[in-house]
Design a binder for this molecule. Structure first.
Ligand code: G6P
Length: 612
């Protein structure tokens, strides 16, 4: 989603802003712009399209200056266009603003400002902020105070960067429900919506909390609460390095991230068992026998890919532990008056730790007295900071919009959480625990095995099925859940209409859609359900569908119904989803690539969805 970067120092800000915006490209956007102050004038350059279009515009119409703000916009109010792109100016062009988030009461504010004589040139909600700051600035020429008063008037979410011609040495920033950090350099400072934007210069930052402001100069940073009181904060050090945000020879970040999965799974299992191997160690989680005994239900809440990782957790916890587990996508959970209380454990899952709906779900759960365990990848993110307990997924930077390694890390986390709860509550025998542990330890090399062997076959299928317009993913139990993730991946990057369906439910309607051009991906790794799913595949085959199956080694009879089969190494029934998903990822990746799509930055999508 939208990205912000800002610079104040002795360098020309433009290259810093452009490199920052380029590092935020992965988040998804449709226009880009910069505002740069020099000699008492702010110059804005902005354009629809990619950051490279902005760079081309800057070559044609150069600007420079030691203070600047930059933005990549993902359209919410008003189409992607040069005019709607940020930064936005006040009418006298003294103040420029970049904004992430949504101003919910913008129409009311706009009417008020228009009545005062302010002229609007864009269709964005953000422009109201530029005019409001201007309105309050005219009261006493105090930029920080003008921004603070503006914040008191706006409803919704914001990360803001503001500059003013009267303040050539100052950048004002503020945040509510949309991430913003203030990066600390030497003789220079930064603001950014996410650390990659400034990682070339610093890995130290203040993380702003909701309704906080920053007054940033090249060698001084002051932080304030919404009432204007100065506050102190600790400096946060990010451990991520610049190399992690590079493709390292891979054609796409997605492919690189797919190939990082053996290591990611290994890292997530390392140090998760006591020395004698008999217990799980989950650092940062105070959920022992005593706390768990007071829990009578679990709720798992997340969005997108993280939600499917959560669904895997639901199936496993219910089966192993015997506690009822509800699950919801966060956008539904937050408005449905969920039946939760202090006896509910709410598990939220998020790669970015900034997804607006998931974050709101967390806050709602806490309001209702539930304990919240967050499974999060981004250290220091809002969700991680607001949860009662955090299990970090140690997947490193995930740049590609389509989530791959983060999903495998989340699923591994769900395996560990399930085992932990089962063991604390005495629901698993030592023998079963040991058997699952041994199977877990084989996962990294089994993922590697699939990555090494499956690619030629998958490229062959892609070649064969590239004309498919409709794809069903079917399975039962855990296979059904993982097929949802497979189908999502294909939609996201290959732009193919694809639906996941419970294999047994297909005949209650969707089978009417099956014809000779339909591709059906059958996930049949659950041996207890193998024959059932195989029969469902026979039914679609009889109606002309082409069948691509994913099965466990040894279950060769699947070849009787499938046109093509990908085998995954044998593992414990609990763990098949992680392995079955690897060929699904590769299938979506090569399909998207061969269709000529922008694999890492699929159309209309954003990596981190910080608006509702
Ligand atoms: C977006 C991304 C998905 C991701 C989802 C949840 O839709 O494109 O890849 O699964 O948000 O994101 P989170 O950061 O909360 O896991």
């Amino acid at each position: 989603m939208c990205g912000i970067v800002g610079y104040i120092g002795d360098k020309n800000s433009v290259p810093v802003l452009i490199s920052g915006l380029s590092s935020l490209e992965y988040r998804g956007y449709d226009s880009a712009g910069v505002a740069v102050l020099n000699d008492g004038t702010i110059n804005i350059r902005k354009t629809k399209g990619k950051v490279e279009n902005l760079s081309a515009l800057l070559l044609e119409h150069p600007v420079s200056g030691k203070l600047g703000i930059g933005h990549t916009r993902w359209a919410t109010h008003g189409a992607p266009s040069d005019t709607n792109a940020h930064p936005h100016f006040s009418n006298d062009e003294k103040i420029a603003v970049v904004h992430n988030g949504i101003i919910e009461n913008y129409q009311e504010l706009k009417d008020e400002l228009e009545a005062e004589g302010f002229k609007f040139s864009s269709e964005t909600d953000t422009e109201t902020v530029a005019h409001l700051v201007d309105f309050y600035y005219k009261e006493n020429n105090d930029l920080l105070e003008a921004v603070r008063k503006t914040l008191e008037r706006i409803e919704g979410s914001y990360a803001l960067g503001v500059i003013c011609t009267d303040y050539p040495d100052t950048l004002v920033a503020a945040r509510k429900e949309s991430p913003l950090i203030v990066g600390l350099g030497e003789g220079e400072n930064f603001i950014a919506s996410d650390i990659p934007a400034i990682l070339n210069y610093t890995n130290k930052a203040y993380i702003l909390d909701d309704r906080e402001l920053a007054l940033v100069k090249k060698d001084e940073i002051k932080l304030y609460d919404i009432n204007g009181n100065e506050i102190q904060k600790e400096v946060f050090t990010y451990n991520w390095n610049v190399e992690a945000a590079q493709k390292s020879g891979y054609e796409h970040f997605m492919l690189k991230e797919i190939y990082e999965q053996p290591k990611v799974v290994k890292d997530n299992l390392a140090k998760r068992f006591t020395d004698d191997g008999k217990h799980i160690v989950l650092d940062g989680i105070a959920l022992g026998k005593k706390e768990l005994k007071g829990i009578n239900q679990i709720y798992i809440v997340a969005c997108g890919t993280a939600y499917y990782a959560g669904l895997i957790g639901k199936y496993l916890i219910e089966r192993l532990v015997g506690i009822p587990v509800n699950s919801d996508v966060a956008s539904e959970f937050r408005y449905k008056e969920p039946l939760i209380d202090e006896h509910t454990l709410v598990i939220v899952i998020s790669q970015s730790g900034e997804t607006a709906d998931t974050h709101s779900a967390l806050k709602l759960a806490k309001e209702k007295g539930s304990r919240v365990l967050a499974v999060v990848n981004a250290v220091g993110s809002s969700i991680a900071r607001d949860a009662d307990d955090v299990l970090y997924t140690l997947a490193g930077f995930e740049i590609s919009v389509a989530s791959t390694k983060a999903f495998s890390a989340q699923v591994t986390a769900m395996y560990l959480i399930t085992l932990h709860i089962a063991q604390e509550l005495g629901k698993i025998s030592e023998k079963d625990f040991t058997e699952i542990k041994q199977a877990l330890e084989k996962l990294p090399s089994q993922v590697n095995d699939i990555l090494t062997k499956a690619v030629p076959a998958i490229r062959g299928f892609v070649n064969k099925y590239i004309g498919s317009k409709n794809v069903f993913y079917i399975g039962r139990g855990l296979d059904y859940v993982v097929s949802m993730e497979g189908s999502l991946k294909l939609k996201e990057i290959a732009y193919l209409h694809s639906e996941p369906y419970a294999a047994g439910e297909l005949k209650h309607g969707p089978i009417a859609l099956i014809e000779s051009s339909t591709l059906v991906v059958g996930v049949c790794t659950q041996e207890a359900l193998f024959d059932k799913t195989k029969s469902n595949l026979e039914e679609v085959k009889a109606r002309g569908a082409k069948v691509l199956a994913i099965a466990m080694q040894g279950n060769k009879s699947i070849e009787e119904v499938a046109d093509d089969v990908i085998y995954i190494p044998r593992t414990h029934w609990m763990l098949t989803s992680l392995l079955a998903n690897i060929p699904q990822q590769l299938f979506a990746y090569y399909m998207a690539k061969d269709l000529g799509n922008d694999v890492d930055k699929p159309r209309n999508l954003a990596k981190s969805v910080t608006v509702e």
